[in-house]
Write a protein that binds this ligand. Structure first.
Ligand SMILES: [Zn+2]
Length: 290
């Protein structure tokens, strides 16, 4: 090459460039043929999912596989379910909760909080609005605490009292509750009643179990007028029923009429007015997770 003339060198370079362009074009054409011949079926099968707003490209194959087993579901529901992680079993596809979402953080059987996570603005609920016992679990994050006290105050005035029974719980506290539950029943039963440590919403400081009496009757809450008052009013204070009836396959727990989650008034009202059938897990993946 050193001894060849400039003219010849130019010809060689030109030749290499043309050869490169040709090779690139042939590869592209070949790729296109592969898609149009062998993969047309695959592309057709994921096309409807692509139209769903919360479609995630990396989940494409999972949508198709989940749909094959759940053909009664709409494409939108398939996308939501897979985004939640329902195509895997509970606790078998675990990621970290996004605590930057603040009041809208999602904690469930797929998303967990760090062992050391503790809200930095926990405050005690006034005794006036809390049952007589359980004094070590009466904290909530400041905003949730203010709104819960307002809720409780108004419910008492309406003669349908709602008192806090169990608010913030640390990771360690949940660890002991969960291991006791296993000892008393079985792992399977414990998992439907109690969250594993790190997976409890109570660790967010945004969740509270409630009762209609000062002595605490949380497990019977559903049968009281206070429960009906909560159904019609809790959203006005930013609280939602977190584990509704008939949605156990989504949230993974038993129906809990006493367990409320603070999400702020805007989202609680939107869920109440426009999406009463969605659990927070579904709502999160449709509207909050970006
Ligand atoms: Zn609870």
């Amino acid at each position: 090459m050193i001894f060849i003339s400039n003219k010849k060198r130019l010809i060689v370079i030109l030749f290499l460039v043309i050869f490169g362009i040709l090779l690139f074009s042939v590869t592209k054409i070949y790729e296109k043929r592969l898609i149009s011949k062998d993969n047309v079926e695959v592309i057709n099968s994921y096309a409807p999912f692509k139209k769903v707003k919360s479609f995630k490209k990396e989940n494409t194959e999972r949508y198709i596989r989940y749909y094959e087993k759940n053909k009664e579901l709409s494409y939108e529901d398939v996308v939501t379910h897979v985004n939640i992680g329902l195509d895997y079993g509970f606790y078998s596809y675990i990621k970290s909760s996004d605590i930057r979402k603040d009041n809208l953080v999602l904690v469930n059987k797929y998303l967990r909080l760090d062992k050391h996570y503790e809200p930095n603005d926990l405050e005690e609920i006034s005794n006036e609005y809390f049952i007589n016992g359980n004094q070590n679990t009466k904290m909530l994050k400041k905003e949730a605490k203010i709104m819960f006290e307002r809720l409780s105050h108004d419910s008492i005035e309406n003669k349908t009292p709602v008192y806090g029974q169990s608010g913030y719980r640390s990771y360690e506290k949940q660890e002991s509750i969960y291991s006791n539950a296993i000892k008393q029943t079985s792992k399977e039963k414990a998992d439907s009643d109690t969250a594993r440590p790190g997976h409890s919403e109570h660790q967010t400081g945004l969740t509270i179990d409630v009762s209609s009496t000062k002595s605490g009757n949380m497990l019977n809450f559903e049968n009281t007028p206070s429960f009906r008052w909560m159904q019609n009013n809790s959203y006005k204070y930013g609280f939602i029923l977190r584990y509704p009836k008939g949605k156990e396959n989504i949230h993974g727990f038993i129906y809990e009429s006493w367990h409320y989650r603070y999400v702020g008034i805007k989202v609680a009202k939107d869920m109440h007015d426009n999406y009463p059938d969605l659990t927070f897990d579904e709502y999160y993946y449709k509207f909050i997770d970006k």
